[in-house]
Structure formats: C-alpha cells, structure tokens
Design a binder for this molecule. Sequence first.
Ligand code: SAM
Length: 346
Amino acid sequence: MLGEGGAGGSPGASAAAPVQLIDGQGRAITDLRISVTDRCNLRCVYCLPARGARFLAPGRLLSFGEIARLAAVAVGLGIRKLRLTGGEPLVRADLDRLVARLCAIPGVADVPLTTNGVLLAGQAEALYAAGARRLNISLDAVEAGAFQRMTRAPALRAVLVGIAAARRAGFRDIKLNMIPIRGQNEDQILPLARWAVDEGLHLRFIEYMPFGANPWSPEQMLSAKEVHRRLGEAFSLGPGRRASPSSPAVDHQVLGTGAYLGFIPSMTAPFCPNCSRLRLTADGRLRPCLHADTEIDVAAALRAGAPPERLRGLLRLAAASKPPGRVLAAPGKPPQQRRFMASVGG
Ligand code: SAM
C-alpha cells in the first residue's frame, strides 16, 4: 500500500529493524501514536467540554524536528507504524512536512492519520504527496443537525468535502470512526452505515469510553453487540475478522458488497492482551497505556540534546511500564485519567 513513494520518501522501502520493544507480558510494541497538538477545531461531546478546555502553550509542543528524532530512534527499535493524531492533527501548521520527514525514516512502514476531516480538503493532496496513504476520519453522523449536536460545530459539509478530496488525492484506505451514544446519535447508526456502504467506505463503531471529564455513563454506551444487532436489520454481515492480531477492530463484510462494517469493542472486549502501542503526547510524554496516567518525559531529554542511547532507554522504559491491562474509572467516581482524550491522542 505504501512504498509508491511520496515527496517524503518511500515508507517500507528499507528493511525494518527487528522488534526490540517487548513488554513484561511479551507484547511486541510496533506502533507509536503521536499527538502533534492537543488543540482541536471541534468540541465533540464525548471528548472535550463545550467551554473551558485548556491547551498547551505553543512553546510546549514538540517541534517537528524533536518528533522526527524520537521517531527515528523508535523505528530503530522496531516501531513500524507512526500514527499522527491529536487533538486535531490538521490544525498543526505544515503537517505534511512532518509526514514527509517521518515517511523518510528507513524502516517506517506506515504513517496514517486520525483526523476529524474538517480541514482535509485543503491538505489532502499535500499529505498524500508527503507519503501518507491511510486516513481514519471521525464521523458521528451523516445528517447536519445530528453532526452539530455531536461536535458542537456546523461542519458536516466540510468533512464530506474533505473525504471526497482525499479520495481524489489518491487515498484508497479511508476508515470512518463513529462513536454511537444512546440518546444522542443512535439514530445515525443506520443512515451513516447506509451512506458508508454506498460510498464504499469502511465504517467502524467504537464503544464510548469514560475519559477525562466526559459525562460517560454505562447506559449511554452502545455495545458492539447491540450495534451489530441493529445493523442486522438492514444488512447481512459476514463473519468477523481482524486485519491483524493486534488490530482492535473486528470487521464484517457487508455481504453482496465490497464494503465492510466493523466494531472496536473497547469496553466490552478490550484488546489489552494484544496491544502493540505506545503514545507520545503533544508535550513530549510517552504514555504506555491510553488509560493509565503513567508518563515518561522525553521532552526534557530531546531538548537537552540527549544522545540516541538515552532516547532508546526512555522508549524501553515506556514499553516496560505498560500495564498488563487497563483500569477504567468506575461510574460516579472521578475519572482515572488526568488528561482529556484530545490531550493524550486518541
Ligand atoms: N481529532 C481527531 C479525530 O477526531 O479523529 C483525532 C483525535 S480523536 C481524540 C481520536 C479518536 O478518539 C476519534 O476517533 C474519537 O472518536 C476517539 N474518541 C475520543 N473520545 C472518545 C471516547 N470517550 N470514547 C471512545 N473514543 C473516543
């Protein structure tokens, strides 16, 4: 899929380093999710508060050079995939330049992005030219009013135009992520699925997780099983399969079409035993687990000009600090995580 070459290099062209980040449970760490900013141009109800979110001062963000330096060391330890996320990654100026730098690291196989798509129309071509080949786009509704309720912004049209622009630019692997929430956008499950199937786009339903300060309650979460049952009213779904053992998603072909619908049952069947990820926050902290507050400061080392051996040590420490499984906040209890999802990089 990659290796067609972009201005930024040919991901996957060079031999990858053997995987050296193996955690205490024997899990091979091959993915680094990089949050390039904690800022976002939307205020999705499950992610950020309507008002009062506090963001990092610009000087606290890792520079592209710092991100690329750490990424190169990580790739030398066997990391293959460098996913860019946020916040909203496309609000960071000149993101295509970072994509190009990351794609040029020998041994990198994949530099996908997770985005809300609002700014995609203006950036799709540059991102593709820089070497990105895969996009995950959050889309919680396909009707304007429902979209605005979920994101608190009248931006559905911009996202749809962005998706079309990405396809024109050459992106063939585009996945849509929906978080179905009872009483909020559950009426969008079937319309969005019909639209995605008609468009030949791969839609996945993510179970709503308690995070940061969102108003999660168990009743609001629609399980993968429940959504599968509802989809069964409109589609015949084939058996579930995972794209790879470490993929959190279970995908089903919509029989009679080339389209897929999938589920990420993060609450009812967490994929911790197969987790292959580390996260890098926008202010340069390695987070071994999305759901735990343990963080390892790499910003200080990067800014002090630490040698690669020091950065390797911090990456190894992060891998060794991965908990066997996550612990979620109990309903009614204060959230486990100090940060919003936007600040960790979902
Ligand atoms: N701004 C980008 C976007 O909207 O895709 C990237 C950042 S966003 C935090 C990354 C992913 O996290 C999105 O797919 C979003 O739907 C998911 N997410 C955020 N809060 C969540 C929650 N409480 N439960 C489940 N997924 C969540």
